[in-house]
Design a protein. Structure first.
Lengths: 899, 181
């Protein structure tokens, strides 16, 4: 039977556990009751009492004022939201707040967009009757930080900022100190934003109802002409952004509360690192290198030049002497067009994308075991899981919004297992940290499988009904040499056993992995072991479980989905299958290349061996980010034609013959697919700067120049074509994607999919394939001579090669790459904190500043690759994953000496 | 003011701290924060520096700011350096009626400091507080774990000389002196 409560004597059905406020909002409108300390993404708190309503047990019984935002509705109660008594009470409360508030609204940055102002007007305040008394009006502003600002003379002590920092970001920077009249907000141990541990996520500024905490863009103040909803261009979380635009300029960015992905949160990259888009360094004109110098040319001249060179090379050598590298930063439609250009216009399968250097092993590994190379579950599943296992990933830096959610889940007492050579931020919240030596993921995962079987914790029913190959697999696992694996990985076997037991006995266990899994010579095999762990424990096909790669770039999922790989066309159809080829031929009404093409690392070798003459690269800085820089440079130098389509003069662009200036995500439309397979709409916010064009339009123009008729770039048009060939895009329509997008597979009727492999796997039965641990050649060949291991990582503030984030204020927060080195190793080599160190590997050497830190174990060091000054990849190797050819960035044998 | 020793509990204190945390159900050990802060304050020069609070947070595995918000709420935690003897004179009604103000003025003159200040030799800090629940023996003051009651100016002089001669730091966690009424 439904339960009833009354609002102004009218009966309404109530929900269990609902607050009076949400009950009123649901039934009598959002705006009936004013609030100050309540916020849509925070737990009820009850500090301001502005939301008070009268509550009685009988229609005509005695009433009592209750703060509606944190009082549950009682069955059969009578609620009176706006009696004269209550309105007077509210007015008085707000009036008291205003006695200690500077009344300089007209010059305040949030004028017209201030919740206090709105509430004051709503409760009908004209003037404040109380005389000026003791107050906090002389509080100093804090302008110390590149982004965050505060002016606590405007603070009303609602604690929304404190709760945002605790409940949303989990950073615990802010708090209320003192008591009574002296209560005040502090940052860290009473310092400034700049000195505190603040990670500039902006949650507090967005939560603050006044301008007491804000940011340098005055994000709350901007009364824009327009707000455009789009998707962040940085990581694979795919946060939705509300971009304020005025006069064709981006003013500020806020996070929409109704976004499924980020629910009103972002990290500093999404919210604040946008000013690169109209930076003076942006490439604004097409350029051709003439006599060793770049000269600006018209688009037509650039197109003609490229078209004639392509035609010539194709005629002289054949189409397979041309290759394209598409970008995981571009939209699905653009990636689709790029592979179509290469395959249908040029006639080669030499098309790859930067997915190669990050999650290609995930795609292959998961395809082999499950049949689909994508995350099995969704981020919302974090709410339902009992155990998180994070392998080779540092989400609080690389996938910050998801990382923040993981912290919250761990703080609520859910089990957290971390397998990582670093003491990442998440390890502080973890029950188990298996701190292995880089390159031994497979050893540790094998040990876990061993203990699960030994302890009899396998899910026999699941194995029986949904998988194949188990008996053989089990035999091989039980034959493992555990002491040997313990020795190579350096992780105590009892710790591994306890973690394995925790994972296997959790009701729902979810695994996440990042590039610390894939960027290894055993990357694909490691992914398969992670999938084995999920299958052996039955953690597949329901809420709160699964195997979930944390996709690195905003659209790395999409680039692969769209067919930017040399062995699979759009929709992952296998090019070795003649039927697939005829299907494509029919669809494109054109001959289709049959030879499998080159993966990126193979392109370098092909060029050096005179089997590749021209490469067109979109949005990827191979020279700075691909391993073994010397090798990459030599290969690119040898080309007859290098076309680079870029936002900035990257290290790779400097080597180009032709530069095409592309448009950034703010200047074009399309779709990005995030790490949970969610296809979301990217909407154009401003016009392309200078003479730049959307990458999709550039490809279309060149198609037309080369004699292939293709309509202008328009995501609705291209999506329609894509839905005709990519099976899991069947029901995707531009107009129907809505604000939150859809998760593929999208069926013909438009319905989408949160969880994969519910009843059967894509490939029918899940396949157990055992892969033993094998030491990487890097250690076998060079380990003696180069006894240390260096592993590459990323920091929160910068994004990969840093071309974008270095051109924002993020570079004031993090200024350089440093070498993290364990205190013991530093002592042994007489290296002091901040001193320069020469790091030498078999390929070359770099000089870098040391930072002594116990984040790393002795013998292992780490560094980032965000700054071109260091060129970290001079020392990384050309070794790559045996299956996917993803480079082994994570294990570099080296030696160090003080410079 | 630099601390006089490394910020680290000795084994005995650490064992006591661990025992205090174990008094509470799992996950609720944060409740031991106040007694542990008293121990830390006594141990590290009578006040809680940010470094000491960070240390307490790391020992208790809680966020540093959770320590700071509690420490800044209660007046018995000192967030600034204090002298070895923190003299807290009650100034509420009963004590006030019976001469608390004279006691305070006298101490100010004698120690050559104002309320809230610390003497040049680092020996004394003078503070006024609200009723300490000893109205029957007003006027009174508290130093460390002890109450000094039925004060008059001579008694105050004697006490000050005694504290000076002893030169010892007084803490709330000290064993109280035997009472001689
Ligand atoms: S910006 Fe984020 S991390 Fe910094 S204080 Fe605000 S909520 Fe906390
Ligand atoms: S700074 Fe803003 S959010 Fe924080 S307590 Fe003050 S008014 Fe509320
Ligand atoms: S978490 Fe990722 S998608 Fe979200 S704002 Fe940050 S970089 Fe952008
Ligand atoms: S909104 Fe309910 S008490 Fe502030
Ligand atoms: S008034 Fe001083 S102890 Fe009560």
């Amino acid at each position: 039977m439904s339960k009833i409560a009354y609002i102004d004597n009218q009966p309404f059905e109530m929900k269990d556990g609902e607050t009076i406020l949400s009950f009123i909002k649901r039934n009598s409108g959002e705006d009936l009751v004013p609030t100050l300390c309540d916020a849509p993404n925070l737990d009820p708190y009850g500090a301001c009492r502005v939301c008070s309503v009268d509550v009685a047990l009988k229609s005509d019984g005695p009433v009592k004022a209750q703060a509606s935002c944190h009082t549950p509705v009682m069955e059969g109660s009578y609620i009176f939201p706006s009696t004269p008594r209550i309105t007077k009470l509210r007015k008085n409360i707000v009036e008291l707040v205003l006695t200690d508030h500077p009344l300089d609204c007209l010059t305040c940055e949030v004028n017209n967009n201030c919740e206090l102002q709105t509430v004051a007007a709503k409760v009908g305040i004209r003037d404040v009757r109380y005389p000026a008394g003791k107050n906090h009006l002389d509080k100093k502003k804090d302008l110390s930080h590149p982004y965050m600002t505060s002016d606590f003379s405007k603070c009303i002590n609602c604690a929304r900022c404190v709760r945002a920092c605790d409940e949303v970001q989990g950073q615990f920077v802010l708090s209320m100190a003192g008591r009574g009249f002296d209560s005040h907000i502090i940052k860290g141990m009473n310092t400034t934003f700049n000195e505190s541990d603040c990670v500039s996520c902006g949650a507090c500024a967005q939560a603050c109802p006044t301008s007491a905490i804000s940011d340098v863009f005055e994000s709350k103040s901007v009364v824009p002409q327009e707000k455009v909803r789009t998707v962040c261009t940085y990581c694979g979380v795919g946060c939705n952004l509300d971009v304020a635009v005025a006069d064709n300029k981006v003013k500020s960015i806020q996070a929409p509360f109704d976004a499924d992905v980020n629910e009103g949160h972002t990290c500093l990259k999404g919210r604040y690192a946008f000013s690169f888009y109209d930076h003076p360094d942006r490439l604004r004109e097409p350029m051709i290198k003439k006599n060793g110098k770049f000269e600006e040319v018209s688009w037509d001249e650039a197109y003609d030049f490229i078209a004639s060179r392509f035609t010539e090379i194709k005629k002289t050598y054949g189409p397979d002497y041309i290759a394209g590298i598409s970008s995981a930063r571009c939209t699905n439609e653009e990636n689709y067009l790029m592979q179509k250009f290469m395959r249908v216009v040029i006639g080669t399968n030499n098309i790859d994308s930067c997915a190669r250097v990050c999650h290609s092993p995930t795609a292959i590994g998961m395809q082999r075991t499950f049949g689909t190379g994508a995350a099995t579950n969704s981020i919302i599943d974090l709410q339902y899981t009992d155990c998180m296992m994070v392998i080779g990933a540092n989400p609080t830096a690389s996938h910050p919004v998801t990382g923040a959610k993981m912290k919250q889940v761990a703080m609520k007492g859910k089990t957290l297992i971390i397998i990582d050579p670093r003491k990442t931020e998440l390890t502080k919240y973890a029950q188990f940290h298996l701190q292995l030596r880089p390159g031994t993921n497979a050893a540790v995962l094998n040990m876990m499988l061993y203990y699960i079987i030994k302890e009899g914790l396998e899910d026999k029913a699941f194995i029986e009904s949904r998988t194949e190959g188990y008996e053989e697999f089990k035999k091989e696992i039980l034959a493992l040499n555990i002491p040997e694996l313990e020795k190579v990985s350096g992780v105590d076997r009892n710790l591994v056993r306890d973690a394995a037991v925790a994972y296997a006995s959790a009701k729902n266990a979810m695994s996440f992995h990042g590039l610390g899994v894939t960027e290894h010579s055993q990357g694909t095999f490691t992914v398969m072991l992670i999938a084995d762990l999920a299958m052996i424990t039955g953690n597949i096909g329901r809420r709160g479980v699964g195997v979930n790669p944390l996709r690195g770039q905003n659209n790395v999922q999409g680039a692969a989905d769209m067919g930017c790989q040399p062995y699979q066309g759009a929709g992952y159809l296998d090019l070795k299958d003649p039927e697939v080829i005829s299907k494509y031929e029919l669809f494109y009404k054109s001959p289709f290349p049959k030879e499998i093409g080159y993966k990126i690392p193979e392109m370098y070798d092909a060029s050096l061996n005179d089997r590749l003459k021209a490469v067109w690269i979109i949005g990827e800085d191979l020279v700075q980010t691909d391993p073994n820089t010397h090798h990459v440079k030599k290969a690119l130098e040898k080309l007859d034609l290098l076309i680079v389509q870029e936002l900035f003069m990257s290290e790779t662009a400097k080597m180009a013959h032709v530069i095409l200036p592309g448009a950034s995500f703010l200047e074009k439309s399309g779709t990005f697919t995030n790490g949970e397979r969610r296809i979301q709409r990217v909407n154009k916010v401003v016009d392309p700067v200078g003479n730049t064009k959307a990458d999709g339009q550039i490809i279309v123009d060149l198609m037309n120049k080369m004699g292939y008729p293709e309509p202008d770039y328009d995501p609705a048009v291209q999506l329609k074509e894509i839905s005709g060939i990519v099976p899991f895009f069947k029901g995707v329509k531009w107009e129907e994607l809505g604000i939150n997008g859809k998760q593929w597979p999208v069926l013909e009727d438009g319905s989408d999919t949160e969880i994969l492999h519910l009843d059967t796997f894509k490939r029918g039965k899940g396949k157990f394939i055992h892969n033993a641990f094998k030491e990487t050649a890097e250690i076998v060949d060079h380990g003696k001579e180069f006894p240390y291991i260096i592993t590459t990582v990323r920091e929160l503030e910068h994004y990969n090669s840093g071309v974008m984030t270095r051109r924002t204020r993020n570079s004031r927060i993090l200024k350089e790459d440093v070498l993290l080195i364990n205190p013991e190793d530093a002592r042994k080599n007489s290296i002091g904190d901040g001193e320069l160190v020469t790091v030498e590997s078999a390929r070359g050497e770099i000089v870098i500043k040391a930072k002594i830190s116990d984040e790393m174990k002795s013998g292992v060091m780490s560094t980032t690759f965000h700054f071109p000054e260091i060129m970290m990849n001079v020392i990384t190797s050309s070794i790559s994953d045996s299956e996917a050819k993803c480079p082994e960035y994570k294990v570099v044998a080296c030696r160090i000496r003080k410079k | 003011m630099a601390l006089t020793k490394e910020i680290r509990f000795n084994d005995e204190t650490m064992a006591l701290v661990q025992r205090m945390m174990k008094r509470y159900p799992e996950g609720k050990h944060k409740s031991a924060l106040i007694p542990i802060l008293h121990i830390a304050q006594a141990e590290f020069d009578g006040w809680l520096s940010p470094e000491v609070m960070d240390y307490v947070a790391s020992v208790m595995k809680i966020q540093p700011i959770e320590v700071y918000e509690v420490a800044s709420f209660y007046s018995m935690f000192n967030l600034k350096p204090v002298g070895k003897c923190l003299i807290e004179v009650c100034r509420t009604s009963s004590c006030w009626l019976l001469g608390a103000e004279d006691v305070i003025r006298h101490l100010e003159k004698k120690l050559n400091i104002k309320v809230g200040e610390t003497s040049a030799d680092g020996m004394f800090t003078l503070k006024t507080v609200e009723c300490l629940g000893s109205c029957g023996t007003a006027p009174m003051m508290q130093v460390g774990a002890d109450y000094y009651e039925n004060l008059n100016l001579e008694k105050v002089d004697q006490l000050v000389s005694r504290f000076k001669a002893e030169g010892k730091r007084k803490s709330y966690t000290d064993q109280p002196e035997p009472r001689s009424l």
